[in-house]
Design a binder for this molecule. Structure first.
Ligand SMILES: Cc1cc2nc3c(=O)[nH]c(=O)nc-3n(C[C@H](O)[C@H](O)[C@H](O)COP(=O)(O)O)c2cc1C
Length: 189
């Protein structure tokens, strides 16, 4: 698929059919992620590809978190929708920052640069999935339960995001509107 077409057509999907993505396709999607640029080629990303048991445990953790937040009258926002996508998706990938909790010293610039490159890595994965007619959702709502999920995965690394992959039930969605470019930039002399 032409790159520009993949960029403009990709959408976030939150409803998935009860179908599995082939493991070879998931491998190709993750491999696309690691081609992302990173500061000094540090490659800060680390993936946890959840099997069905861990995906179910993540969903259970989020359900408990929603109940806890609701009991405390805290707005749960899009968390229930994100939970639905996690339950329905074929594959849930948790993306961690391999360095932030291992390297000593407070270096915010380095942390920021690592997170930026993890974002580029995730976008590579989303575009590759789209080009294979596989739908996806970038999920930061899992950070509501960052500690519980990290305890479950038994990693001391920093959880950055989840990404759900699957076969969407809605066909090709129309693009979500974006503000025009001229409202998002200024040109200097
Ligand atoms: C860093 C990041 C985190 C996101 N987290 C969530 C999330 O937790 N739940 C969700 O439903 N969508 C999430 N999204 C998807 C956005 O809502 C979506 O990208 C945006 O509304 C634009 O829609 P589109 O992706 O269909 O073009 C996230 C997107 C990004 C880039």
């Amino acid at each position: 698929m032409e790159l520009q077409k993949a960029i403009s057509e990709r959408r976030s999907y939150r409803c998935f059919a009860d179908k599995k993505v082939f493991p070879i396709e998931m491998k190709e999607i993750l491999e696309a992620g690691i081609f992302a640029p990173s500061p000094k080629n540090r490659q800060p990303w680390h993936f946890y590809s959840c099997g069905p048991r861990h995906k179910g445990r993540v969903a259970d953790i989020l359900k408990s978190k929603i109940a806890e937040m609701q009991a405390a009258s805290v707005n749960v926002g899009s968390l229930p929708t994100s939970l639905g996508a996690i339950e329905e998706c074929s594959d849930l990938v948790l993306v961690y920052n391999r360095y932030s909790k291992r390297e000593h010293g407070d270096n915010e610039n380095r942390w920021k640069a690592d997170i930026l490159s993890i974002g580029a890595c995730i976008q590579n994965m989303l575009l590759t999935a789209h080009s294979k007619n596989i739908q996806s959702l970038w999920i930061c709502d899992i950070l509501f339960a960052e500690k519980e999920i990290s305890d479950l995965m038994a990693t001391g690394d920093e959880l950055v995001s989840g990404v759900a992959f699957g076969i969407g039930t809605q066909g090709l969605l129309p693009p979500r509107p974006r503000m025009e470019l001229h409202k998002k930039m200024c040109k200097t002399g």
